[in-house]
Design a protein around this ligand. Structure first.
Ligand code: GRF
Length: 290
């Protein structure tokens, strides 16, 4: 995996992260692209418990399962470098960031990418000293190749989409195979695809009469919400639900589940089945998968 071949040290203090390595003159240092302005703290509460949420079950370790992201020899795994992409409030970003600081996730958010420089997620990143990259940028846009180049200079292992509303360019998907995750607020493949975002998802779920909903974490391909499913979590849809109430119930699960999943990828516990389905190996029992 290309994203996991960039072995290097890590920076445990995000405030020390100002610019990526300067080995190439093509890296863009414009302060319009990398910003450090501090803005006030966000107010949305985050509640992420350290208990494992992913439901695991035993399966036989046959030739149908082969390790891809697992380094059996790594007693001390290298901390992974994460780029988080946001377009909105960024509550998932915050829960993941806090998990990296609290030690639940063996990695660090080293850069934030957004198409909305004033969004809550970008403000939170600046407040924490995390560099913010604008992509796509309305004026003097950096190209897709520049974005890939910039992420490479930050030695990014994984890209975490957390409410980023733009389609991910093909260049990025090719540069980071099996390394880009998204979270969607429904049980994919239901209620996914272009146009299914925010309250539109929850309204459609309620209107359909579905009795259960919940977030899905999936790998990202060239289309909206069609990449391989990595994890799901279920919440009930109640008889008197509104989209707002259902959204809050799902979002609470998102915060917990996304942290668990990011912890798993940073610990190299993703296994790719022969049929292309990724599954997560339990942290406590190597014979269990989630
Ligand atoms: C979440 O509901 C997520 O599933 C979707 O966008 C929303 C982002 O929320 N992709 P937040 O910005 O993390 O609060």
């Amino acid at each position: 995996m290309i994203a996991q071949t960039n072995l290097s040290g890590f920076c445990s203090n995000p405030k020390n992260l100002h610019f990526p390595p300067q080995s190439s003159p093509s890296f863009i240092r414009s302060p319009q692209i990398v910003s450090f302005k501090s803005i006030s703290n966000p107010t949305i509460p985050i509640n992420v418990s350290s208990k494992r949420l992913l439901q695991c079950s035993s399966i036989s370790q046959s030739s149908d399962v082969f390790p891809s992201d697992v380094d059996e020899s790594a007693g001390g795994l290298r901390r992974k470098k994460l780029a988080v992409f946001v377009s909105g409030g960024g509550s998932n970003f915050r829960s993941i960031y806090e998990a990296t600081v609290n030690g639940l996730v063996h990695g660090d958010v080293v850069v934030l990418v957004t198409n909305k420089p004033g969004c809550g997620g970008a403000e939170y990143a600046r407040d924490k000293g995390i560099p913010v990259i604008l992509f796509p940028k309305p004026k003097e846009s950096i190209s897709e190749d520049d974005l890939v180049d910039t992420l490479r200079r930050y030695e990014i292992d994984f890209i975490i989409l957390a409410g980023y509303l733009k389609l991910i360019p093909t260049e990025l998907i090719r540069a980071y195979p099996r390394s880009i995750l998204n979270i969607h607020p429904s049980l994919l493949p239901a209620f996914g695809g272009k146009g299914f975002y925010g309250m539109k998802v929850h309204n459609a779920v309620i209107k359909s009469g579905a009795r259960f909903s919940g977030p899905t974490v999936h790998y990202v391909d060239e289309h909206y919400d069609t990449g391989r499913i990595l994890a799901q979590s279920v919440v009930p849809v109640l008889a008197d639900d509104t989209a707002d109430k259902l959204a809050a119930r799902v979002l609470h699960k998102e915060h917990e589940m996304y942290v668990d999943v990011v912890a798993a990828i940073c610990e190299e516990r993703v296994i790719w089945r022969a049929d292309g389905v990724p599954i997560i190996r339990s942290k406590n029992n190597p014979d269990e998968y989630c």
